[in-house]
Design a protein around this ligand. Structure first.
Ligand code: ATP
Length: 214
């Protein structure tokens, strides 16, 4: 019997997509032996108070530029095209319906997103649809997670992933943390500081051409 390939999903604002995102996506792909990791730029992130800085279409185009030459990474435009608030639960429901109930589905988030998971729409249902992998950012401390999230984080971690559960488990990624954020990059671009080491060249060219984050 052939096992259906597990699929990795990585949603983010990607405003702009940066070196840590790409490194996380590749570590995720390699550690979990995923044939494909789909980057899913958020359309209208409902949880961002001040909106984004580049348009959804521009964030999508930057993600498409960034994956060039990155094995196994693809970009899924569905949230940008949805043209209404982007909820992870809706995206997962759609993708699960497309791939069927059996393949393992993994959703990748950073440790700071884990700390606010309980604010996501219908968050406890996420576990019925996908497993969650967490890239721990510098300074992550499980003891400081909100109680409801900490309970899930402790209960859902398993040591043996060989049964390839379609959904319901959680695991940390082993990659060393990289202290880079889009916020810092936007500040650096705004103040004229160098960002070459934080972004890939085609994305930086795009930012300059479109005069973003000035
Ligand atoms: P911002 O600074 O604008 O909040 P960001 O750098 O966190 O942006 P997002 O697009 O919001 O980028 O990130 C997408 C996902 O990647 C989130 O789950 C976030 O936690 C995670 N992430 C981003 N950078 C890192 C990093 N350096 N280490 C671990 N996780 C990260």
């Amino acid at each position: 019997m052939t096992q259906t390939a597990a699929l990795g999903l990585f949603g983010g604002t990607f405003d702009p997509i940066h070196a840590a995102h790409l490194r996380m996506a590749q570590a995720f792909r390699q550690e979990l032996r995923l044939a494909e990791v789909r980057l899913i730029p958020a359309g209208q992130p409902y949880h961002r108070q001040h909106g984004t800085h580049a348009s959804p279409q521009q964030r999508l185009e930057m993600a498409q530029l960034a994956i060039d030459g990155q094995p196994g990474l693809t970009v899924d435009p569905r949230e940008v095209q949805r043209n209404k608030p982007a909820y992870t639960i809706d995206t997962l429901q759609e993708i699960r319906a497309e791939i069927g109930p059996d393949p393992a589905l993994w959703w990748l988030i950073g440790g700071d997103s884990l700390a606010s998971l309980h604010t996501w729409r219908r968050w406890e249902q996420l576990f019925e649809l996908a497993n969650i992998a967490v890239a721990l950012r510098p300074g992550f401390d499980a003891a400081r997670l909100p109680a409801a999230v900490r309970t899930q984080w402790q209960a859902r971690q398993v040591t043996d992933f060989s049964n390839g559960a379609p959904s319901g488990t959680m695991r940390p990624l082993a990659l060393p943390p990289l202290d880079v954020s889009a916020t810092e990059i936007r500040h650096r671009l705004h103040s004229g500081a160098s960002v070459e080491h934080l972004l890939c060249a085609p994305v930086l060219d795009y930012i300059r051409q479109h005069r973003l984050y000035l």
